[in-house]
Design a protein around this ligand. Structure first.
Ligand code: BES
Ligand code: MN
Ligand code: MN
Length: 461
């Protein structure tokens, strides 16, 4: 692929791109931990300053009822099309700290990757966008279309104030397309364009028995045990073929077409690599009749994220616990709605209450709808050509099992197609110790995004 003036400028500035990403990753912007609120704010300020330096004409920290976001604008000509770039500058917590080979907020380059919390999810992928804008600004005086940038500070804790923010910002987010870099490619040598994300719905289930823990000898056998009751409920949430037993759970699911299934089956899926990336899991599992990729991309799930109840300390303690709690979540696919699924699951859980216990289901905030981008949209085809330019190969069309609730807001509330140009690798260890960003992916990502604005301006022009 012929290199352009933009590519050459990007290549000449790669070490600086790395140094700038390192500086941002030093800020511990953990949104879930209130003790880090000032750091999330500092991260927003740092990013706004970086956006201005890159060539955005305005960049500001915008307040929400939670952590601040960053809004930047580069309107070159109101008659030209506009892209809305989304990312997040908050990061996941870092525990267990002792498993990190270098401190999470002292980013370190090792063997071609930058290690540190947030390097790829999502600060590094936000910096790809800043640096692509800088390339256009320095090399050609400005991008060929209008750009708006919204980078939120609460994605890793559920984007609970995002819809409120979108409503308040109104026209300042007006655009023709949303562009998101917060996903991964299929494999290291397989550039990919992501066209689907799953939605999410969380809840907490409490199974309550006596008002306090009881002596398990004095009372045991004559009073229901809430931990046993909880285990029984959880054990009945899936049938023998791995299907969720909640009545109505699959009613709204749109199944992939035969063509889509055939295309998934043609992807170079390697089960051994998958199992290795999945923490050396002993074997794949899941719903009968669907491939591993389909189970993650086009089928909904009901997962137990945690079970708590009774005694877990050293030695033994002879009690009947007063209560037991499970954290549950569902990954959703088109056209499931988190409110409907939340209600169906709650009703089913209540129906499974056994004698002697009571059940309470509490819906946690922060879910979101699934996302599906039409492959034939001209902006998606522009993304495809940009990836081919940046990575030297036609991208695979993939979906992802993860969730990014704001992308659903762009699709369903603002009516924008979502073009997902993410360049993470499957083994980047996001949300885990030793998160990393492969630098080849970072630098090619910058060139891909730079190319994207040209392809998109043409496609929308
Ligand atoms: N960037 C991820 C989502 C993702 C990961 C998409 C890998 C595709 C591939 C995002 O930051 C994330 O972690 N989302 C959470 C959402 C939750 C915190 C509301 C998720 O999917 O669990
Ligand atoms: Mn992310
Ligand atoms: Mn994440």
């Amino acid at each position: 692929m012929a290199e352009s003036d933009l590519d050459l400028w990007c290549q000449a500035n790669e070490r600086r791109f790395l140094a700038e990403l390192v500086e941002h990753c030093r800020i511990p912007s953990i949104s879930a931990d209130p003790a880090h609120a000032a750091d999330v704010r500092r991260s927003a300020e740092h990013l706004a300053a970086g956006a201005l330096r890159a060539g955005f004409r305005t960049a500001e920290v915008v307040e929400t009822s939670g952590h601040p976001a960053v809004l930047a604008e580069l309107i070159v000509d109101p008659r030209l099309p506009t892209a809305l770039i989304y990312g997040h500058h908050d990061v996941q917590p870092v525990d267990p700290l002792e498993e990190w080979q270098s401190p999470p907020f002292e980013p370190q380059e090792r063997a071609g990757s930058l290690y540190g919390r947030g390097t790829v999810d999502d600060k590094g992928q936000v910096w790809m966008h800043l640096k692509a804008v800088e390339a256009w600004t320095r090399v050609r005086g400005g991008p060929p279309m209008n750009l708006r940038l919204i980078v939120e500070g609460e994605e890793e804790s559920g984007s609970v104030h995002f819809d409120e923010l979108v409503e308040r910002l109104g026209d300042r987010l007006a655009a023709d397309v949303a562009v998101i870099s917060d996903t991964a490619v299929f494999a290291p040598d397989v550039p990919s364009l992501c066209t689907g994300l799953r939605g999410l719905c969380h809840m907490e289930l409490t199974v309550a028995g006596p008002s306090q823990d009881l002596h398990s000898g004095y009372f045991g056998g004559a009073v229901a045990n809430p931990a046993t009751a909880l285990a029984g409920i959880i054990g009945r949430l899936h049938d023998g073929s791995g299907r969720v037993t909640v009545p109505g759970f699959y009613d709204d699911v749109v199944e992939p077409t035969a063509e889509e299934r055939a295309a998934f089956a043609r992807l170079p899926f390697d089960e051994a690599v998958f199992l290795h990336d999945a923490g050396d899991a002993p074997a794949p599992a899941g719903e009968a009749g669907w491939s591993v990729l389909e189970r993650m991309w086009v089928r909904p799930t009901l997962e137990v994220n945690g079970i708590h109840g009774g005694y877990g300390g050293p030695g033994s303690k002879t009690i009947i616990p007063a209560r037991a709690i499970a954290k549950l979540s569902c990954r959703l696919v088109a056209n499931q709605h988190p409110d409907r699924i939340g209600a169906l699951v709650a009703a089913h859980l209540e129906s499974l209450a056994s004698a002697g216990v009571t059940i309470r289901v509490h819906r946690e905030p922060g879910g979101g709808m699934p996302v599906l981008t039409p492959l034939d949209h001209p902006t998606v085809q522009a993304g495809r050509r940009a990836m081919r330019h940046g990575f030297g190969a036609d991208p695979a069309i993939i979906r992802s099992g993860g969730s990014i609730p704001p992308v659903a807001t762009f699709q369903h509330t603002l009516g924008l197609p979502a073009v997902m140009v993410g360049v993470g690798l499957p083994d980047d260890q996001i949300h885990a110790p030793n998160e990393r960003f492969n630098l080849n992916q970072y630098f090619r990502g910058v060139r891909t995004i730079a190319r994207l604005w040209e392809e998109m301006a043409t496609a929308l022009g």
